[in-house]
Design a protein around this ligand. Structure first.
Ligand code: ASP
Length: 293
């Protein structure tokens, strides 16, 4: 048994971008499905699926990240292995790529969980990750965004996987909220807020990170499942309702050890892709209107 859930952020999609976004989601899903069918490990599938989304330049993560208000690209990513309870993350990463693989290296090659800024850069270079020679050519979203764009641009990517050995891994990668203040870090690289995995569930979040931090969103899903005795669907709904009550917008996707994948969002849309060994398969921009019907 295996299952995967992928997201490409919650928030409005430009109509003209939907087809290309769906193609990338479909590519990442097909690749991940092939890997899981041949018993690949969850950690490799999460990293690989997120790499496809980061490299596509179609989402506000990896190459598609938007610059902050000073015109600088600062990227965040995290990965969390449920069985070992090990995790790695980078925040405000500049000048080196790819964030999800560097986050994995933090998990596997250090005793630390989170490296930020220059320290994250130096570590990545020590590990042999390539520097970005010219950020203004490398990233697909350029230029200093208008202040009014803040809070409108969501395109974080994430993946949650149950592999055939029962291992659960979750990962998230983002360029953050476009036009963000230099040094601002949201929920995505924070274990327990934007990303969580344990023996029972894996969760990746997207949306206005400050609200996901205030609710410890990803870990709260696990708490509702473990202590509240509910499934991932009701657990996600409860956490999203709490975020909504605080005034936050976004979405969550989760996988459990029984091979269920569920997601929910309170934004206009969420870009998602799901496949399970029991035959559930979808890759689409889910609209709020579809969810209500
Ligand atoms: N959660 C991300 C952040 O606050 C943004 C997003 O998901 O679009 O940095």
């Amino acid at each position: 048994m295996w299952a995967i859930g992928i997201h490409g952020g919650a928030g409005a999609s430009l109509e003209s971008a939907v087809a290309a976004e769906c193609r990338v989601l479909e590519d990442a899903l097909s690749w991940a499905q092939r890997e899981l069918e041949r018993d690949a490990r969850a950690i490799d599938v999460v990293e690989g699926a997120i790499r496809i989304l980061e490299d596509s330049g179609r989402f506000v993560a990896g190459k598609g990240s938007a610059p902050n208000s000073a015109g600088v690209w600062e990227l965040d990513a995290s990965i969390c292995d449920g069985r070992s309870r090990r995790a790695g993350a980078v925040a405000a990463l500049r000048g080196v790529y790819p964030p999800i693989s560097i986050a994995r290296a933090v998990m596997e090659r250090t005793k630390n969980i989170l490296l930020v800024g220059d320290g994250a850069y130096d570590f990545a270079r020590e590990c042999g990750f390539e520097p970005i020679a010219d950020p203004s050519r490398f990233f697909t979203r350029r230029g200093k965004p208008k202040a009014s764009a803040e809070g409108t641009n969501h395109g974080t990517v994430g993946a949650v996987v149950l592999d055939s050995t029962g291992g659960i891994v979750a990962g998230t990668s983002t360029g953050g909220i476009s036009g963000k203040r230099p040094g601002r870090v949201g929920d995505s690289p924070i274990i327990g807020a934007g990303t969580w995995a344990d023996e029972g569930v894996g969760v990746s979040c997207t949306g206005e990170g400050e609200f996901f931090l205030r609710t410890a969103a990803a870990h709260s899903v696990s708490v509702h499942c473990r202590l509240g005795g509910v499934g991932i669907g009701p657990a996600i709904a409860t956490v999203l309702a709490e975020i909504g009550q605080l005034g936050g917008r976004g979405g969550l996707i989760a996988v459990d050890r029984a091979g269920n994948v569920d997601y929910a969002f309170n934004a206009d849309a969420m870009r998602i892709a799901v496949a399970t060994s029991s035959g559930h398969r979808e890759a689409r921009v889910a609209r709020a209107a579809d969810m209500r019907s």
